[in-house]
Design a protein around this ligand. Structure first.
Ligand code: SF4
Ligand code: SF4
Length: 352
């Protein structure tokens, strides 16, 4: 059982967490249900060549790739930068959280781009079209594999700590918050855009300020704070210039907010994605019936005596409540943690 806890902790959960369904209390779970360990004891390469490790390496590369211009500016690697620019150049945006104005960004997030376009009075045809195509095929895989804010949360949550998993009803209530955030942000974007089209934007922009008029979510957007505001600040170069932080003003407060967001992730995996991110909510609308998704093999799955998949799911999805063939939760980010931990190898990648 200690082995179970160790493996589950690694993925961001803990066996002591409360269970969502009464019919499968934790104490009834047989001790032989162990999360799978890839190749350990059989193939030493299994320690490296497994889905979890592959995703983490992919996330790190994508993190650098999304901010590809940093490769030239900081690391003097023009060829690697050119590689990432060529990868992204044919895409108008990706379903991630990444601001348009980030000085090192090679590609922006669909949500960020869409809000900017709406607030300047443009209908985001291409952004929405690309989002639709990507979401219909791979759902929210970009959240699980590419989004820099999701990546930071995943890495912060790696240390073995008891993870907090709210009850199903609390979780459902908290998930609604991101929809409200989306409605507020979209409302202001459309309002500002409409006023620009009708030539009546001056008063509105003077009330909101130019920055808020472009995107009212920006002050609370961790991606905007990290990738736009921070590079613009003057950083201390030694103890004598620590007072620079004081000169930052609001960006300092926003940075503290971002640190708090990631700090909470140590105990609550991806809590920002689950409850606050308006982009994630918007992407989930189109992802529900994605061609590629998760399912369970009924011949292998033992839902009455095992809940490993739910315990390790960073999005806190009650996987066993969904039909075997199609786990259609709009919150699934296709991270495959459930698949790599399932002791019965019952989780399957569904393509249909
Ligand atoms: S929910 Fe938002 S922050 Fe989380 S991975 Fe998706 S786009 Fe990024
Ligand atoms: S259901 Fe599985 S693939 Fe989807 S988010 Fe949860 S652990 Fe990841």
């Amino acid at each position: 059982m200690a082995e179970d806890a160790e493996s589950i902790d690694e993925a961001g959960a803990d066996e002591e967490e409360s269970e969502p369904e009464e019919e499968t209390p934790e104490e009834e779970m047989p001790k032989e249900k162990k999360p799978r360990k890839f190749g350990v004891g059989k193939n030493p390469l299994g320690l490296i060549l497994n889905i979890r490790m592959f995703r983490r390496i992919f996330q790190i590369l994508a993190f650098i790739g999304v901010n590809g211009y940093i490769l030239l500016a900081w690391f003097h690697m023009p060829n690697v930068q050119a590689f990432w620019v060529s990868i992204w150049q044919n895409m108008p945006a990706l379903p991630i959280l990444a601001p348009l104005e980030a000085p090192f960004a090679v590609i922006a997030g669909s949500f960020d781009t869409m809000i900017r376009e709406f607030s300047t009075g443009i209908f985001p045809f291409f952004t929405l079209g690309a989002l639709l195509i990507i979401s219909i095929v791979v759902g929210r895989a970009a959240c699980g594999w590419i989004c820099p804010i999701g990546t930071i949360q995943d890495f912060v949550t790696l240390p073995k700590r008891t993870k907090i998993r709210p009850s199903a009803s609390t979780e459902n209530e908290l998930r609604k918050v991101k929809a409200y955030v989306f409605v507020i942000v979209a409302f202001f974007a459309v309002w500002v855009g409409f006023s620009r089209i009708t030539g009546t934007s001056d008063a509105l922009v003077s009330i909101l300020g130019e920055d808020l008029a472009h995107d009212v979510f920006a002050p609370l957007n961790p991606a905007y704070i990290l990738f736009v505001l921070l590079p613009m600040q003057e950083w201390p170069t030694g103890l004598g210039t620590l007072w620079y932080f004081q000169a930052w003003g609001w960006p300092f407060v926003q940075m503290v907010f971002v640190i708090i967001v990631f700090f909470i992730s140590v105990w609550m995996p991806r809590w920002f994605c689950r409850w606050l991110c308006p982009a994630g909510w918007f992407y989930s609308i189109f992802s529900r019936n994605a061609l590629i998704g998760i399912g369970r093999n009924p011949a292998r799955c033992t839902p009455d005596t095992c809940n490993v998949c739910e315990v390790v799911c960073p999005m806190n999805i009650r996987i066993r409540k969904f039909p075997y063939k199609h786990m259609y939760s709009p919150d699934c980010i296709l991270c495959l943690d459930c698949k790599s931990h399932c002791p019965n190898n019952a989780i399957v990648l569904r393509v249909s």
